[in-house]
Design a protein around this ligand. Structure first.
Ligand code: DI6
Ligand code: FE
Length: 401
């Protein structure tokens, strides 16, 4: 079935720029874009269904390429404590922090995790998100990581959104492995990853490379296992200190290295050479009141592709709006609205290994797009959240939710 979407302008985001088409027309055929261009050049389509978009701006569906949407409980109590002067380290020493989310996630049933994650995912979708990555990493044992990844899969089956699930078993040390990080890594590589991959629950493998999490040597073990299982890798790197995890990620052709405030120019050169996307997470930077900015000049100079994501998680970025993150990327990191939008579309697709099919409006790609009632594309990075008027099309079909 073919449909003509017309009376619109498009920011197609091909090549990572707005690539504006004024007075555009888009023809979808089934789930794909069959044709896009200026309406005046539209080849004769015969008698097809036409949808008038009333002068809207059409962009690719937004892609949130780094989230921890599935978790039990939340940590607003810790937020209150921190604002009263209790430090993150003190909270962690008292059993809070990631450990408290691990307890709540382990205690929750699959149905409970689904219900709370569905509410958060619906918030992201209200913002025009049509593809989202969801990480595990609050289960930290086989049964509970499996539970989280199953919930991620179910979200993709039940909601009109494409979900990529990432195994982040190497997020933190579970209490059973206290002071035995190498043993936990061996367990991840020997038991957890092979089992979860065999159950087809894993699209990519991630780890948290940080002095308070896992070392580059430990992360490398995880990457080697992922390679043996045929799974691509990603890495939380250089968020709080410089361990050159991003260079390690580049050596393993990682899809992305994420956070990166403390990365060096050498890391940027390595990432550029391997095509590893830099995923910047301004929500975590803001929420932790960080001051070290990611090295924007080095990333730009060496041509590293930059994506922007919410990092939606209960501890460091309870961010429910990807558009708000675009604004923060501009105000905090000095990105342009055009760079920010590329970061939530085509470069985010690349960070998920999906750039051949998603992230820009081009013939042959999946027909995931949003028709926004806005004046110009920069509006998407301009408004601080809010529910902008829009129509969302996924796989060629208008979503209502
Ligand atoms: N980096 C982060 O900012 C989050 N995880 C990570 O690897 C923190 C997650 C949490 O505090 O729950
Ligand atoms: Fe994260």
């Amino acid at each position: 079935m073919k449909t003509l979407w017309h009376n619109c302008h498009a920011a197609s985001m091909a090549n990572g720029t707005y690539s504006i088409i004024e007075n555009a027309a888009i023809v979808t055929e089934g789930a794909h874009i069959a044709w896009i261009g200026p309406h005046s050049e539209l080849p004769d389509q015969g008698d097809i269904e036409a949808v008038d978009l009333n002068g809207a701006w059409v962009t690719p569906g937004l892609i949130d390429c780094h989230t921890h949407t599935v978790f039990g409980g939340n940590r607003s109590g810790e937020f209150e404590q921190r604002l009263q002067g209790v430090s993150y380290a003190e909270i962690a020493a008292a059993g809070g922090g990631i450990a408290s989310t691990v307890r709540a996630t382990r205690a929750a049933s699959e149905a409970e995790l689904f219900a709370s994650a569905e509410r958060r995912l619906q918030q992201l979708m209200k913002d025009g998100v049509t593809t989202v990555e969801i990480k595990s990493g609050y289960g930290l044992d086989l049964a509970n990581e499996r539970k989280m990844l199953r919930v991620a899969r179910q979200l993709g089956e039940k909601l009109p959104v494409t979900v990529r699930s990432t195994c982040l078993a190497a997020h933190a040390l579970p209490p059973e492995y206290k002071d035995r990080a190498d043993d936990y890594i061996a367990h991840i590589c020997g038991e957890m990853l092979p089992a979860l991959a065999a159950e087809n629950l894993v699209d990519a493998v991630d780890a948290f490379c940080e002095y308070l999490a896992f070392s580059t040597d430990q992360v490398e073990q995880v990457f080697i296992t992922a390679g043996q299982l045929g799974l691509p890798v990603k890495l939380h790197a250089e968020q709080l200190s410089s361990l050159h995890g991003s260079s390690l990620a580049a050596r393993y052709q990682a899809l992305s290295a994420d956070h990166l405030e403390f990365m060096t120019e050498e890391d940027a050169i390595a990432m550029a050479a391997s095509g590893t996307v830099a995923v910047l997470l301004p929500g975590a930077f803001y929420f932790l009141r960080e001051t070290q900015l990611p090295p924007m000049d080095a990333l730009r100079k060496h041509g590293v592709k930059i994506a922007i994501a919410t990092d939606l998680n209960p501890g460091t970025s309870p961010g429910l709006s990807l558009r708000l993150m675009l604004n923060m990327a501009c105000t905090l990191f000095r990105m342009t609205p055009e760079e920010a939008l590329a970061g939530a579309t085509i470069h985010a697709a690349k960070a998920l290994g999906m750039a051949d099919t998603h992230g820009s409006l081009e013939a042959g790609k999946i027909a995931d797009f949003v028709a926004w009632s806005i004046e110009r594309p920069a509006d998407l990075a301009y408004w601080l959240g809010g529910d902008l008027e829009k129509r969302v099309v996924r796989h060629g079909v208008e979503s209502t939710f």
